[in-house]
Design a binder for this molecule. Structure first.
Ligand code: HEM
Length: 548
């Protein structure tokens, strides 16, 4: 009664002014109450474990207040892993699955290792819906071009298996990569050694970008487009803002940067076609040629024409393959190098890694890649880096109903309906305290996490046993990353060449703004699922040529 009296005394103008806010607040509270109530209703299925037989469960929808936007704003937290740690501070991991409402779409999040494993084994889930959205929103491709790409999809898989995953083809790519990197490092051995100090990651990124794009796409690309590395990494940072369709006012000059990349890649491709006499050199011809580079790139350029893609779409797909090439493997190699040179790390690790690198060095100074990539400690360091610093959202759409187990003994089953979207975030598998805290805390870089030593023989072995469904930086199943073998050769090859060629004197850590700081670099800001996580700082070093 007293409350009503107070309302009656408020001037009408004020009441009209606050009424919309009251309506909105009531609506948001009602949405919150309803979604919270249904969350706890769904959670009842998980309280008792099924004694005998199997039990079907429904993924709990995480409560939200904003209709349509749902959980989007929290999910788009630009601090890597932050959304997940907030969520799992109160939601139990044991459900294995939950649902988020992102941009008006219900998206199921899978984090039970057995469910992730079963998802990768299943034949029907596809990535096509997400790819279509990516082409549309990220690359701005028109529908007719997306249709042509999809109609010719089989040739993409064919080319990848022919020219990217086959052993001898990977070796050709690696051998060209190491050849270019050697030339670049030779120049550094004369010039960079003169400098007082450099940012280690910034230096490495530029060198690896040059060597990998030249190996894949030929030597003219960076001549036509010398600032590709800078523009690419800006695009890499903004990629998910396009995908999640952030409003233009939040995108800064992202659109301008993307369009500049397309313009320059189109210019390069037109010029290379002209210089090649209209058509690239046969992919079955030489392993590499200066204009279009590798067999894979030549096959891709021919395919663009065959499946009627215009030069703008071709530029978008060239940017796409650069993404595969540079977005994950270069940051990963940077983290390995930074951890090995960190003055606070266990100094015996660098000495043991150097020993393994020397074993892979031939008398003429070249690298024996098969020996290099099978060194146990080196593999452990590489795998630990991918565990800690890759954050991929493995995306699938159900082309028909799909039932997956969400617990270890397969008693609880979840059924996704045809058309449902599923995300399997690698972050959750890679940062699961239960799975990874055996040797050292899961959030810590631990070089020997995947390495064991026989106490009698002293022989080291690399092992990944027990990691299925918990470790998947390359995705899995039919669409698992076709570049994974090259990625390892590229990363470890670069690491070996750099450490065998140079000595690094530690000068200090720097922050994102390049000013001195006291701590090892943390993660740069990035949305969940950004791929290779980039350092939010660097290590300053003085480079010296190593005396052999
Ligand atoms: C550490 C390095 C890398 C990581 C973490 C990585 C990760 C991934 C992931 C998660 C996918 C999606 C897989 C799925 O949906 O199941 C993918 C696809 C792909 N990656 Fe990689 N990748 C890496 C290096 C490379 C390299 C060096 C290349 C070579 C150019 C490459 C080329 C591709 C291509 C072409 C696809 C699309 C395959 C398809 O459409 O079926 N990746 N990668």
């Amino acid at each position: 009664m007293e409350g009503l009296e107070i309302v009656r005394n408020v001037p009408k103008g004020v009441l009209y002014a606050i009424a919309p806010f009251v309506v909105v607040a009531t609506l948001l509270s009602a949405v919150r109450l309803y979604t919270t109530w249904s969350y706890y209703q769904t959670m009842r299925q998980f309280i008792e474990s099924p004694q005998d037989g199997k039990k079907k469960v429904k993924p709990p929808q995480i409560p939200y207040s904003l209709p349509w936007l749902g959980n989007s704003l929290q999910f788009l937290d630009p601090k890597p892993g932050h959304y997940w740690s907030e969520l799992f501070a109160w939601h139990p991991r044991s459900t294995g699955v939950c649902t988020l409402l992102i941009g008006g779409k219900k998206t199921h999040i899978l984090f039970s290792p057995s469910a992730v494993q079963a998802l990768f084994k299943a034949k029907t889930p596809s990535r096509d819906v997400f790819e279509r959205e990516m082409f549309h929103h990220v690359f701005g491709m028109p529908d007719e071009q997306i249709h042509n790409f999809e109609a010719g999809k089989h040739s993409q898989h064919e080319m990848n298996s022919q020219y990217l995953t086959k052993h001898e083809r990977v070796n050709e790519l690696t051998s060209h990569f190491t050849r270019v990197l050697e030339e670049v490092l030779e120049k550094d051995a004369r010039e960079v050694v003169e400098l007082e100090g450099i940012g280690l990651y910034e230096w490495l990124r530029d060198r690896m970008f040059t060597a990998s794009t030249t190996a894949l796409m030929g030597e003219k690309l960076l001549q036509v487009y010398p600032t590709y590395c800078r523009d690419f990494y800006q695009f890499d940072k903004e990629f998910l803002s396009f995908f999640f369709q952030l409003p233009k006012f939040m995108m800064g000059d992202a659109l301008k940067n993307r369009d500049r990349i397309f313009d320059k890649l189109e210019e390069w491709s037109n010029e290379m076609h002209r210089l090649s006499g209209g058509s690239p050199v046969d992919p079955e011809g030489p392993a590499w040629e200066p204009l279009f580079g590798s067999r894979l790139n030549r096959a891709r350029q021919l395919d663009y024409k065959n499946i009627k893609l215009n030069s703008r779409t071709a530029a978008a797909l060239d940017l796409g393959i650069t993404f595969g090439l540079a977005s994950n493997v270069i940051p990963a190699t940077g983290w390995v190098l930074m951890h090995l040179l960190d003055p606070e790390a266990d100094p015996t690790i660098l000495a043991r890694v150097m020993e393994e690198l020397r074993q892979a060095e031939r008398c003429d100074g070249s690298l024996d890649i098969p020996t290099l990539v099978s060194q146990p400690l080196l593999q452990s360091v590489w795998t630990e880096t991918l565990r800690l610093y890759t954050d991929v959202l493995v995306t699938r759409n159900c082309t028909e109903d799909l039932t997956l187990p969400v617990d270890e003994d397969g008693k609880r089953l979840v059924t996704f309906r045809k058309g449902d979207n599923i995300f399997a975030p690698s972050w959750l598998g890679h940062h699961d305290a239960g799975a990874w805290s055996g040797k050292a805390p899961y959030e810590q870089f631990y070089a020997t996490r995947f390495y064991t030593e026989d106490p009698e023989t002293g022989r080291g072995t690399f092992s990944m046993s027990g990691t299925t469904g918990k470790f998947f930086p390359f995705g899995g199943g039919r669409t698992i990353c076709p570049g994974r073998v090259f990625a390892k050769q590229e990363g470890l090859g670069a690491l070996a060449m750099i450490l065998l060629c140079f000595d690094f004197e530690f000068k200090g850590f720097t922050g994102a703004d390049k000013t001195p700081v006291d701590t090892f670099p943390g993660l740069a800001r990035a949305f969940a699922g950004s791929g290779g996580l980039v350092p939010g700082g660097d290590i300053r070093v003085k480079v010296r040529r190593r005396q052999r």
